[in-house]
Design a protein around this ligand. Structure first.
Ligand SMILES: CC(C)(COP(=O)(O)OP(=O)(O)OC[C@H]1O[C@@H](n2cnc3c(N)ncnc32)[C@H](O)[C@@H]1OP(=O)(O)O)[C@@H](O)C(=O)NCCC(=O)NCCS
Length: 175
């Protein structure tokens, strides 16, 4: 079955949680504890949280499906609250890509690029000047992927998982 990318709907909260729970740990550096991962997923990526995200006018979510759910992206239209990010970004208005998560069976298969293309189209359509994201500095695959899609490193930031602070790059793609 071919892969389709579409805007997520209110009915997708449970499937989004399932994909997030299966992929979040892949974005964390070695040594991240399972307890911290579980804490992050239950705090930020639960079915209830996705239901909130899906009903938030300042967020847009996209899913890749082939019958099953394969991956998702989320855009957050807000001025960044992190002072390091706010200082590093070069243009406004901006939107956070938070982020690209695809099941391992689909890595390297074009699903992530299809999600990225649809997500960038949506951001561009809302009139922002740029898109930014944070990515763990040790996540080589994701950094290469974002580099390929035009996201340049403009700074660094901290990212809290459980009670551990992780080191991210802040990346920005200016339209
Ligand atoms: C990050 C993600 C969306 C990228 O999608 P993908 O389909 O794997 O990406 P692609 O295969 O198109 O590109 C990955 C690139 O990284 C390269 N790569 C793979 N492993 C690598 C590593 N350890 N270090 C550096 N580059 C690596 C690949 O060769 C490829 O580059 P190429 O096209 O020049 O050969 C996907 O891997 C994913 O969902 N990962 C788990 C969750 C995650 O980390 N999300 C990002 C959170 S910020």
């Amino acid at each position: 079955m071919s892969v389709t990318v579409r805007a997520a709907t209110a009915d997708d909260a449970s499937a989004l949680h399932d994909v997030a729970a299966a992929t979040f740990a892949l974005a964390c550096p070695p040594g991240t504890t399972q307890a911290d991962i579980n804490d992050f997923v239950s705090t930020h990526l639960s079915i209830e949280r996705f239901a909130q995200y899906l009903s938030d006018a300042d967020r847009e979510l996209f899913v890749a499906v082939d019958g099953d759910f394969l991956g998702y992206t989320m855009l957050v239209y807000a001025e960044p609250s992190d002072a390091d990010v706010a200082a590093a970004l070069t243009v406004r208005p901006t939107v956070e890509l938070s982020k690209v998560y695809v099941l391992p069976s689909q890595h390297g298969a074009g699903v992530s690029s299809a999600l990225m293309a649809a997500t960038m189209d949506a951001a561009h359509g809302r009139g922002v000047a740029a898109v930014w994201l944070g990515v763990n500095q040790e996540n080589g695959r994701a950094n290469r992927f974002y580099e390929k899609h035009g996201f340049q490193v403009v700074g660094t930031k901290k990212f809290l998982v459980g009670d551990q602070w992780h080191d991210d790059y802040t990346r920005e793609r200016v339209f």
